[in-house]
Design a protein around this ligand. Structure first.
Ligand SMILES: [Ca+2]
Ligand SMILES: [Ca+2]
Length: 366
């Protein structure tokens, strides 16, 4: 990376090998009858109601049997980064700044597991790559040995499979989701020395120390896991998300920047900076208590290692509706859709509607 002093600082702080070696909108032309018009309107309203129900904050859902379970996170505003007096903070967690997410979005309830990854491979996705679990177990353990590009392959597979817009969370979305509305350094409070950590997150702990007395400082408790833990072994935060802190660090979309100066304030990913390194968040099973904080951030390059996995995010397209199908030339043009609402999502997360006959209605309240 471009900043060797940063690496040295981290090594001094004990991050050790965190070098982290790593629709077809077919438009049907229906008969011009009032009955069909009413039918079209009713179908659209029904779809809108389904979307509305789906987007209720806190709701968990799954887009396919093999897909990760998702949770709807509400729109909101928060202060990103750590305050100067937060114990264990790094300079690159500042300056603290306000970020406003104007729309709800969905994020994985858990880190992506080996079982979920293997389903991608079995379905012909993920480049056929089968990451080594080092004998720790697959199943519900979080996948690791996946670099940022591999994570992209997974979300692309999910998007293709479901027709939904799956992606990595932006760094801002990740921190907002991890905080779950809290301002403390961790979602369970300001637990600077990790006394309460073992009930909430899998980090370096007494269990690990018992196995290897040479490791340095650990949380003064036992969480029961020497390395990774099956997803959901620890408590959820207020948004219903598990393992945001600890277990494996999580890739986000953003390029690395040493400071938040110039960072997006709208929750979007920061796609400029040093893009040879991508941001990882949350600390891991091997990291010290001061790394398991909502504001802690670091980067990794294209390497693979046991520290880093990911969780997915999903754009929730705006609720549709409501202009009725427009009559045109004595015809009613009604969309035949593959997905709810009949829109696709662009890369920037905006919905794209197939025809001007339906206008998106920004139904979110910030
Ligand atoms: Ca542990
Ligand atoms: Ca994690």
């Amino acid at each position: 990376m471009k900043n060797p002093s940063l690496g040295r600082r981290l090594v001094r702080r004990g991050v050790f090998c965190l070098v982290l070696a790593a629709g077809s909108f077919g438009v049907a032309t229906a008969a011009s009858t009032d009955a069909l018009a009413a039918q079209g309107e009713g179908a659209l309203r029904e779809r809108a109601e389904r979307e509305q129900a789906l987007f209720k904050p806190g709701r968990a859902f799954r887009d396919c049997p093999e897909c990760p379970e998702m949770v709807v996170v509400p729109a909101g505003s928060f202060m990103m980064g750590s305050p100067h007096d937060e114990l264990g903070r790094y300079e690159y967690e500042g300056p603290r700044h306000r970020v406003t997410l104007s729309k709800p979005f969905a994020v994985g309830k858990y880190e992506v597991t080996f079982a979920e990854w293997d389903a991608c491979v079995a379905d012909g996705g993920c480049g056929g790559y089968r990451p080594d679990d080092y004998g720790w177990g697959r199943g519900r353990r979080p996948v690791f040995n996946v670099n940022w590009h591999a994570a992209q392959a997974y979300v692309n597979w999910l998007s293709k499979k479901t027709g939904k817009r799956y992606r990595l969370p932006s760094e801002a979305e990740w921190e907002y989701a991890a905080r779950g509305g809290t301002r403390a350094s961790r979602y369970w409070g300001d637990d600077a020395f990790g006394f309460a950590q073992c009930a909430h997150a899998n980090g370096a702990d007494g269990t690990q120390k018992a196995r290897n007395s040479k490791i340095g400082e650990v949380a003064p408790c036992r969480d029961g896991f020497v390395n990774t833990a099956p997803a959901g072994s620890f408590s959820a935060n207020a948004f219903g998300l598990h393992d945001v802190l600890g277990n494996v660090m999580e890739w986000v979309e953003d390029c690395w920047n040493e400071r938040y100066v110039g960072a997006p304030a709208d929750g979007s990913a920061w796609r400029s900076g040093d893009c040879s390194g991508r941001v990882v968040r949350g600390g891991s099973w091997v990291l010290k208590p001061w790394h398991l904080r909502s504001a802690f951030r670091f980067w990794s390059n294209a390497g693979r290692n046991t520290n880093v996995g990911f969780r997915v995010a999903r754009t929730l397209a705006p609720r549709i509706l409501t202009s009725l199908p427009r009559r045109s030339g004595g015809k009613i043009k009604a969309p035949l859709t593959r997905g709810v609402g009949g829109f696709t999502a662009r890369r920037d997360g905006e919905a794209v509607f197939p025809r001007p006959s339906i206008r998106p209605l920004r139904a979110y309240s910030g």
